[in-house]
Write a protein that binds this ligand. Structure first.
Ligand SMILES: Nc1nc2c(c(=O)[nH]1)N[C@H]1C(S)=C(S)[C@@H](COP(=O)(O)OP(=O)(O)OC[C@H]3O[C@@H](n4cnc5c(=O)[nH]c(N)nc54)[C@H](O)[C@@H]3O)O[C@H]1N2
Ligand SMILES: Nc1nc2c(c(=O)[nH]1)N[C@H]1C(S)=C(S)[C@@H](COP(=O)(O)OP(=O)(O)OC[C@H]3O[C@@H](n4cnc5c(=O)[nH]c(N)nc54)[C@H](O)[C@@H]3O)O[C@H]1N2
Ligand code: SF4
Ligand SMILES: [Mo]
Length: 916
């Protein structure tokens, strides 16, 4: 704890903590506590030079004082007394003791264990959902250790995150450059093309800080391509109002300009030849031509005028051209094609063929952006790329390529996501700007292991690329029976099999199956027990009434609860946890993390009770330990904690703070051991500071090498290349997956199978989405002339802080928070004026809201910011602000091969009432 300054009374203290309310954190702060009452959140300036924003927090963190003292908090455990569950049913929650609440839950869990952890369909009987981007982990203490001790738990049920986040980027980003999320190397870049990445709202304090610095220090030019002028568009050099979901056309045309309207010498030829698969020879069936003995892909060596394995020393591989060569082609399921004197072209040659038709003039018609604009942006990108430039980072000379392309969540999700991720990564490769200083770089890994270190997760695999843990698609090993209700490993090879893979499966399939099963799939079942924490899927998911219907039928729902909300409306038991300023927990900080957290340090930070917990709220670790004790898994729970499930392995090379297995430990004991292990881990065993030291200091870090911000040097050192432009593995994996599914009689995933192409096949995704919605739900196309979109608000963390007046007050200063944003010209045509009440109708259903007229939106687009439409959450339920979520259907036809879909739906509008 910091000391009080001289002008303040001695009863004032400052308590260090962290904020991880949104995925752009964690950020460090201090809580000012006067006479035991938290009165202010302040930056933690002890972290100057340590934290990328020098210890500052964003506007959302300042809501935490009000969050603590919110009179609408649920302050005791509650149980439901009305057995009927429905939106219009009063749950009849009554206060109960912790003993009763925990016994009630333990009783259900013990019954589950007695019946078997898996049900007749092979699905876990216990399910759990956690909210936005994994941030709940920073607040749920040892709960991960309980989940691991319990056994199989189904994390299938979409909680808004995952399929709605930057989902395609998560999967393809990890495949291509171990980039669960992707961002510019903002401190060095000079030119950014952002396709709907709303960084000034979504980037958190570090992202906003870095972009502000880049504008001032480097004069970075950012071009914001998006249908609606977000706050990011507002502070960009240029706004390009593209038609929704046509970004792939824009990007194809940029590639076309780089390939066909510029001399090859403007590209990074050396990078393409030696750091990518561009020179690999592609055989007639679409797979690489390989050396028959070593099975290594072949390149055409201009020096020898012969085909040689890609890793042959001293070659000058041809980038383009057709050659006659011999070799072996390996297709799906071990198919072999032997070729003699076959005519082959390079992967780069295939790319040229593929991109030839995508001229800016063609794209202009698709995306409603002038050809000249697309051409200029492509050329500006080339102009800024500085091919040949270098920079020294920690004594090592690396390429400097100060150009980057970023993608927002809707560009990334659903149809077109593959195309956009591919095009963005390819454009980085064309100028040698992938994961090098100044370029387009990755932040963190989640699907590959170890998640703590991008570099060591990138291990050499076959064919010169990084290995990737695809879920098996061969006959013997394909996971033909889904292990969880969203069938992630069965349907999505790319989703891998890490701790995050369940939440990144096609999570809406779990909800959809609560209505109807899929043909030749296991009988859908409900979880016997469903836990959820820091998520509100009845507000945040798609087709929210359908989610509500499914939840209302779940037999036993346990809600960790802050206030009453739309999802815990259907709960059986409410458990009130200590919130941000009341709980105790140690988390890892530093390194590189999304959204733009790039540190020169790594270490740990502590969150501690700054004030006495309100009411009967309890520390998450206490609740968890009690559950473990009452369900007979204490020993495994302690084992899991010792192994690091609560964030730090308690035993390392020079130290051992492992907890005895046979007893329940207090919250302080657990975190004291974690603190000691963390100190020891950071110092090779030299320090063993306990909880008291950490309470006083708040955080402890060591250096994090800046060289590790970039993956490129690691690839060079290990003889690996980026798997671009040609997707031979995707083609093979998709072909095999298709065969497995068809062998199992499953035809309903065929549309998704179509996406497994070596080079993405262009579609007008804008039209495709409209057609799919109308085909499934009916209606006439002319009745739905608008696209409805959504966007982030800097003030709100999803729906996590909507009940705080102070947050709403801050948001009220930013245009668009009052209602539905609409272009004045379109409004005039429909006789609509600012403030009018309108009905917005999709083929699924309608909602109502007030119109906010703004020039900064395309005439064919409407936007509903954030996720409101609350009907239980205190204060938010009185906002009268609508959301798109009840209008967006969950449909297989909207689901891409990665299992995601976009926050976009075609709608019509009519005026139903005058202004207020
Ligand atoms: N319309 C629309 N919908 C969207 C999006 C959008 O842009 N527009 N974005 C989507 C995306 S990308 C995501 S990641 C999801 C996120 O959506 P979710 O993961 O569902 O997250 P939230 O809506 O923030 O839900 C947070 C819940 O946790 C509760 N809570 C907050 N603090 C505490 C606490 O300390 N303790 C407990 N027990 N509970 C707490 C809040 O009251 C709230 O009910 O939303 C998706 N939905
Ligand atoms: N303050 C705050 N920060 C957050 C979060 C939060 O809730 N609050 N949530 C975090 C999470 S989980 C996520 S997933 C990220 C999301 O981060 P972003 O992707 O940056 O978030 P959004 O603002 O939802 O992005 C929507 C933008 O995309 C544009 N857009 C919509 N459709 C299209 C399209 O078809 N083409 C193009 N080019 N643009 C389109 C919209 O105009 C809007 O400006 O934010 C993270 N950061
Ligand atoms: S950016 Fe997110 S984690 Fe950081 S202070 Fe703001 S709300 Fe908290
Ligand atoms: Mo998200």
């Amino acid at each position: 704890m910091g000391t009080a300054s001289s002008t303040e009374s001695p009863s004032v203290k400052r308590v260090a903590g962290y904020c991880y309310q949104c995925v752009a954190g964690p950020d460090l702060f201090k809580v000012k506590v006067e006479d035991g009452v938290a009165t202010a959140i302040e930056p933690n300036f002890d972290a100057e030079g340590v934290h990328p924003a020098d210890g500052r927090v964003c506007v959302k963190a300042f809501g935490l004082v009000q969050k603590t003292y919110n009179p609408n908090r649920v302050l005791t455990p509650m149980k439901r007394t009305n057995p009927k569950k429905g939106r219009d049913e009063d749950p009849g929650f009554v206060p109960i003791s912790w003993d009763e609440a925990l016994d009630l839950i333990a009783d259900k869990l013990n019954t589950v264990r007695a019946n078997g952890l898996l049900d007749a369909s092979g699905y876990p009987r216990v399910a759990a959902s956690f909210g936005g981007g994994g941030t709940p982990t920073a607040y749920m203490g040892t709960f991960p250790a309980f989940l691991s001790a319990w056994g199989p738990v189904d994390l299938s049920f979409g909680s808004g995150q995952g399929v709605k986040c930057t989902h395609s980027e998560h999967l393809y980003g990890e495949l291509w450059h171990r980039a669960f999320t992707v961002c510019p190397d903002t401190p060095r870049t000079k030119y950014i093309v952002s396709f709907g990445s709303n960084i000034e709202a979504s980037g958190g304090v570090c992202g906003v800080w870095r972009h502000a610095e880049a504008r001032v220090e480097q004069g970075v030019k950012r071009v914001q391509v998006e249908p609606h002028l977000s706050v990011t568009g507002g502070c960009s050099a240029e706004w390009v109002p593209i038609k929704p979901k046509t970004d792939p056309a824009f990007m194809h045309a940029m590639i076309h300009v780089m390939l066909f309207e510029n001399a090859r010498t403007r590209l990074d030829i050396d990078f393409l030849k030696h750091m990518t698969a561009s020179p690999y020879l592609v055989a007639p069936n679409g797979y690489y031509l390989r050396d028959p003995d070593t099975r290594k892909p072949l390149v055409w060596d201009l020096k020898r005028a012969a085909a040689v394995p890609f890793d042959t020393a001293d070659t000058d591989p041809a980038l383009e051209g057709c050659f006659a060569a011999n070799g072996l082609e390996l297709g799906a399921d071990g198919e072999r094609f032997e070729h003699t004197g076959v005519s082959v072209s390079t992967a780069f040659g295939k790319l040229l063929e593929h991109e030839r038709e995508f001229t800016p003039e063609w794209a202009a018609k698709v995306c409603d952006v002038p050809a000249g604009t697309i051409r200029r942006v492509a050329n500006e990108y080339l102009d800024h790329a500085q091919i040949g430039a270098t920079i020294e980072i920690e004594g090592r000379t690396l390429p400097l390529r100060p150009v980057a392309i970023t993608l927002g969540k809707t560009v990334n999700n659903g149809w077109g996501g593959y195309d956009c991720c591919w095009a963005r990564t390819l454009m980085a490769c064309l100028v040698g700007a992938l994961d090098v200083p100044g370029g387009t770089i990755g932040t963190t890994v989640r699907l590959n292991r170890p998640a703590s270190d991008r570099q060591s997760s990138a291990k050499p695999g076959p064919d010169g690329f990084m290995d990737y843990p695809f879920n098996p698609t061969d006959k013997e090993n394909w996971v033909s029976r889904p292990q969880i209700r969203n069938a992630n490993r069965t349907l999505v090879p790319l989703v891998a099999n890490s701790a995050w893979s369940a939440a990144l499966g096609p999570t809406h399939l779990a909800w959809m199956q609560q209505r109807h099963g899929f043909e030749n799939f296991p009988e859908p079942t409900q979880p016997d027990v469903w836990f959820f924490y820091r998520t509100n899927p009845v507000i945040s998911f798609w087709d929210t009434p359908q989610v509500a219907e499914a939840v209302s039928k779940f037999p036993f729902v346990v809600a960790f609860t802050y206030t009453r909300d739309e999802t815990n409306h259907f709960a059986d038991v409410l458990l009130p946890d200590c919130t941000d300023l009341e709980g105790l927990q140690l988390i890892r900080i530093g390194g590189t993390k999304y959204v733009e957290q790039f540190w020169d340090k790594q270490g740990f930070a502590l969150r501690q009770p700054a004030v006495v917990p309100q009411g009967e709220t309890r520390d998450f670790t206490w609740i968890t330990t009690e559950l473990a004790r009452r369900t007979g898994v204490l020993e495994n729970y302690n084992k899991a904690i010792n192994k690091g499930a609560a964030g730090v392995p308690l035993k390392g090379a020079n130290y051992d703070y492992s907890l005895p297995l046979d007893q329940a430990h207090s919250v302080e004991t657990i975190w004291d051991a974690s603190c000691r292990a963390a100190s020891a881990e950071l110092t090779g065993g030299a320090e063993e500071h306990g909880l008291d030291w950490w309470r006083e200091h708040g955080f402890r870090t060591i250096d994090y090498p800046r060289l590790q911000w970039y993956l490129y040097p690691h690839l060079v050192d290990n003889g690996m290349r980026f798997e671009m432009p040609y997707q031979e593995r995707i083609l093979r994996v998709g072909t095999e997956l298709g065969r497995r599914l068809h062998e199992a009689g499953i035809q309903w995933w065929d549309r998704q199978l179509g996406e497994y192409r070596a080079l993405p096949e262009f579609h007008d995704f804008s039209q495709l989405i409209k057609d799919a919605v109308i085909a499934n739900l009916g209606g006439q196309e002319e009745d739905f002339p608008f696209w409805l979109l959504t966007a982030r608000s800097m003030q709100y963390a999803w729906g996590g802080n909507v009940s705080l007046q102070v947050v709403r007050g801050a948001a009220a200063n930013v245009a668009g928070h009052r209602g539905v944003i609409m272009n004045p010209a379109s409004a005039r045509r429909l006789g609509i004026e600012d403030g009018d009440l309108i009905e917005v109708r999709s083929p699924l259903r309608a909602t109502r809201g007030r119109v906010v007229l703004r020039q900064g939106i395309r005439p064919d687009t409407l936007l509903m910011i954030g996720q409101f439409d609350h009907w239980v959450t205190p204060t938010a339920k009185d906002f009268g602000v609508t959301s798109m979520n009840s209008l967006v259907p969950m449909l297989l036809d909207l689901t891409d091969a990665t299992g995601s879909a976009g926050d976009i739906v075609p709608v019509g509008v009519k005026r139903v009432g005058g202004g207020q």
